[in-house]
Design a protein around this ligand. Sequence first.
Ligand code: NAP
Length: 454
Amino acid sequence: MQHILEAIQADASGEDIAALPIPDSYRAAFVRRDEQNMFEDRESFEKDPRESIRVAEVPTPELAPDEVYIAVMASSINFNTVWTSIFEPLPTFGFLDRLGRESSWGARHALDYHVIGSDASGVVLKAGSAVRNWNPGDRVAVHCNYVDDQDPAAHEDSMLASNQRIWGFESNFGGLADLSIVKANQLMPKPAHLTWEESSVNALCGSTSYRMLVGDNAARMKQGDSVLIWGASGGLGSYACQLVQNGGGTPIGVVSSPEKVDLLHQLGVEHVIDRSEEDYQFWTDEHTQDEREWRRLGKRVRGFIGDDPNIVFEHPGRSTMGASVFVTKRGGKIVTCAATTGYMIEYDNRHLWMRLKQIVSSHFANYAEAWEMNRLIDQGRIQPTLSKTFSLVDVGEAAYQVHHNQHEGKLGVLCLAPEAGLGISNPEKREAIGENKITLFQRHAESLEKTVGG
Ligand code: NAP
């Protein structure tokens, strides 16, 4: 890949990039089918991505007509990287095998290794024969909605297509690698004012939060709405806070440390609850929830805004859903896209129906929603929440940190980019938006490291 990197760094023309040979193999982070039972006897928290994620050369797959090869300059860790690497709730090889049965192009994916990663920024190297809007040399950000247009439902909303998948989780050849193949309808222009790593962390979490809150398909937040955001400094939550602020609403963030409270205050989130300090005990045992604790949370929120939240932004799942349904304002919405702490959910249905609340489901984003989110980032209205950058060989360590909730915002990964800080092609725009705003999460993580380091 060295010749490709040199061409990108020399700002080679599209024609020159198109003429570069695609290598027969490339460096990638993957898990192995023959190791999918390696953690069988361990508790979830003891399953260690550093043991299961390998980084080595893999063969380059053939390119389908609707796909492009991209040189991946940077990628990011998502929680699905954690799920794949700990083989929970299921090993992802079943997804690959199902895709393999779908078509002859799909069959490429059913392999004994799974190249992971569902975010990327990079450069188009070669476009398949059916690709119209993208050319070699284009600098791109990649979203992870992997879908084709041969299901009628996809024409209403591609997230409804029966063959909708998350690239790099339910498909192979993901973004944590030096090279990837993606469908042309996953491509978006890379924001010119951002580095490779800053451009690579936004699409999955940012677009998910956009659909949950802003797009036509989920909670549809209005100006003036208040939104209670669980995990407000995490991957999803850090974009949710900014979307609420940008849309004229009031975020109330929940986090689990004073450092995270401080970070959110710096982001401009005035109302922040430290759930560790409050020590909420929503569950008294594994079968019983305590309504008094839900009430205590509700009182805390009212103490801030004088009312109940119009929307609750849900993803922890079992541990918080009872409380979320309880504290939502009469007529309000609980929007959920995940269940990190358990997917068998319990809430008191009386609080839902008697107060006319709605639970709204959401999952990633369609191309239009991802594009809109990318546009907000490109306009500098929403900032990347990259806090730390790892090298590709350290993907296991980065995934471990996310698994153990040791991170803030997003963790980036340098793939072909040899160092952090490269890829900015519009420094004037960066200056106008403000270095401090763009790098808030990075600076906060650095200051924490200095404090810890003594
Ligand atoms: P993340 O960066 O780890 O952030 C999650 C946050 O949740 C953490 O920062 C933590 O914040 C909070 N949290 C963890 N355990 C909690 C608990 N018991 N009670 C309350 N809060 C808790 O992960 P993420 O990227 O935001 O993803 C979150 C979940 O959404 C994952 O399960 C992921 O797979 C899923 N997801 C789904 C989609 C989709 O399209 N459906 C897209 C993205 C992510 P504090 O400790 O500071 O409170």
